[in-house]
Write a protein that binds this ligand. Sequence first.
Ligand SMILES: [Zn+2]
Length: 61
Amino acid sequence: MDLDGKIARVKDLIDKREQLDAELYELLGGTARERRIPKCSICNEPGHRASTCPSKAADAT
Ligand SMILES: [Zn+2]
């Protein structure tokens, strides 16, 4: 297999992997994505951590 063939194969496999990831994500209902989003332990809202919680800042004053 020459270099062009390898590059084409790599792109093909990456395309397949992205399709797989998208399908798995759909099947699992987005749990993989939720894991990456920080979830606040104070107000239970996603998108920030307890250390940056706006509720905590409001409490401190
Ligand atoms: Zn919070």
